[in-house]
Design a protein around this ligand. Structure first.
Ligand SMILES: [Zn+2]
Ligand SMILES: [Zn+2]
Length: 330
């Protein structure tokens, strides 16, 4: 455990999957007057749980002293163990109201969302014979999640006071529809979740649970963030960093570059998101055929996010033929 700022402890939690490009997920333990505020939880695995306990012991704390768990978004790496910690400590869970709505379809009822996603992928060009493999790539993850509903829901604009700190809640839709960041104005600290990471570009996807134009929302919420006066950024992955605006500019340039790449692909003929995703430079050393299904699925969703942004900007138009959606440059 590292004390990244007096009263804020950084804990690196393990990630259970080999094929993940992420080495760990960061959670932050923040000292309050009566107990700790924990930002994010890590996956629910015994390794994660042991890591948390070991780190708490280092500062003479106990899991029972966690009084509040704030979830930046309900992706399994950030939310998976929140329910287990709550059961042991009685801590309240706080998250954005939109994220609350994602819990049941993703982690409790599941079947309906899986079927909806199958249909969605096929509509976007996925061949029928690849559908089952694509679905199986996400099934089984639920064993790393203890679903728990929030006690407190947020909409952005609230202040969370922990004793030493006053965190403003900033709603930052894009990576997840109800993603939030926490900003401490006095100390110039931003807890960024997966909204801004120091070198990895956060995944922005269009899928059945996302907002209409997630990449548009994401870029807007990134640009809004540039006005914050920050000295320390505490991200959900990789390491804490200091320079927010240059990193935001880099992320936006990356997306603009990919927009141009995709736009050129649909210049002469309409293509499906699946066709386009196969040809995009994903920055991995593997051909499309060799990519794991989980990555292929994300690649299609990311391609769709770019296409929808360009539809909103009138650079691309959306056509439908035989229940399949194609995109073409306008
Ligand atoms: Zn995430
Ligand atoms: Zn994450």
């Amino acid at each position: 455990m590292t004390e990244v700022f007096p009263g804020i402890h950084w804990i690196k939690m393990p990630i259970p999957m080999d094929e993940s490009s992420l080495a760990h997920v960061n959670i932050y333990l923040i000292q309050g007057e009566s107990g700790y505020l924990l930002v994010d939880s890590g996956w629910n695995t015994s390794e994660s749980f042991d890591t948390l306990q070991k780190n708490l012991a280092e500062i003479g704390a106990d899991i029972k002293e966690i009084s509040q768990i704030l979830v930046t978004h309900v992706h399994p790496d950030h939310y998976g163990m929140a329910g287990r910690i709550k059961k042991l400590s009685g801590a309240s869970i706080t998250m954005h109201d939109i994220e609350k709505g994602l819990i049941a379809p993703r982690y409790v009822t599941m079947d309906e969302l899986l079927k909806q996603t199958d249909r969605w992928l096929v509509t976007n060009g996925l061949p029928h014979d690849e559908m089952v493999g694509m679905r199986d790539a996400t099934v089984g993850l639920e064993r790393f999640i203890v679903p728990a509903y929030p006690d407190i829901t947020l909409h952005g604009g609230e202040t969370i006071t922990t004793g030493l700190f006053n965190f403003q809640v900033i709603w930052t839709p894009g990576h997840s529809s109800g993603h939030i960041c926490l900003y401490e104005q006095e100390e110039k600290i931003l807890i960024a979740g997966d909204h801004v990471l120091p070198t990895i570009t956060p995944n922005i996807s269009l899928h059945p649970q996302s907002v209409e134009n997630p990449l548009g929302s994401y870029i807007n919420s990134l640009n809004d963030m540039k006005q914050l006066d920050t000295e320390l950024i505490l991200p959900g992955h990789e390491k804490p960093f200091t320079r927010l605006t240059p990193r935001i500019d880099e992320i936006i340039r990356h997306h603009e570059q990919r927009n141009r790449e995709i736009l050129a692909m649909v210049k002469d003929e309409p293509k499906t998101a699946y066709d386009i995703a196969m040809d995009v430079t994903w920055g991995v050393n593997a051909s499309w055929q060799d990519l794991p299904n989980f990555h292929k699925r994300m690649a299609i969703f990311e391609t769709l996010a770019h296409l929808e942004l360009m539809v909103a900007n009138s650079q691309v138009k959306k056509l439908s033929q035989d229940s399949v959606i194609y995109y073409r440059q306008t």
